[in-house]
Every structure is written in C-alpha cells, then in structure tokens.
Write a protein that binds this ligand. Structure first.
Ligand SMILES: [Zn+2]
Length: 100
C-alpha cells in the first residue's frame, strides 16, 4: 500500500498550513520523573506517554481550524475529495448567531 502524505493533500483554508493533528480529550498522560532541582523544588520529566482519550477533532496544527470530519475514516474521505467545498482561501469566520 502506498501512503499519501497529508501535507500533499491538505492545505488549511484559514492559514494555508499543511499539517493536521488529532485532538483527543480525557487523555491519561504519564511521564517518568527523572530528576529534581533541589534548590528550586522543581522536577525534570522524561518522555510523555498518553493513553485512552476520546476523539474530539482533526485540526490544523498551526491555527486550530477544525476539519469538517467526525473520525479517521471521514478524514480520509474528505482529503480524497477533489471538489470539497472548503478549499484554500474559502475560510470565513462563523457568523455570530447572537447578533441575529
Ligand atoms: Zn490553519
């Protein structure tokens, strides 16, 4: 199977960035405590690992623009659409409904 680089098919319509990140909520994060700075009462931590978590969004790594998808499958479908409605430059701030 040939993988397609996300950067080749995604361009954020808001800022033009080419990277997508998955946002998870309710994650259990752990990191080993490696050492301490005794005088400052501060700790130095090792690598972070994360477990669990619930999918919240796929978003632009730069500006946080959320892609209009609900899971990894729909992200793949969205990125394969050549006629997707939200193309680079199309972004508009959501209308402020409270003023209506
Ligand atoms: Zn962006």
């Amino acid at each position: 199977m040939i993988a397609t680089e996300i950067a080749d098919v995604f361009e954020c319509p808001k800022c033009g960035h080419h990277q997508v990140e998955e946002l998870l909520v309710n994650v259990t994060q752990t990191s080993q405590v490696l050492s301490m700075f005794e005088k400052q009462n501060r700790l130095h931590y090792g690598a972070v690992t994360a477990e669990d978590g619930e999918f919240a969004a796929f978003q632009c790594t730069n500006c946080g623009w959320k892609l209009p998808v609900v899971d990894s499958g729909s992200l793949c479908e969205y990125l394969q659409k050549t006629d997707r409605e939200c193309k680079p430059g199309c972004y508009k701030e959501p209308a402020n409904e409270s003023s209506a």
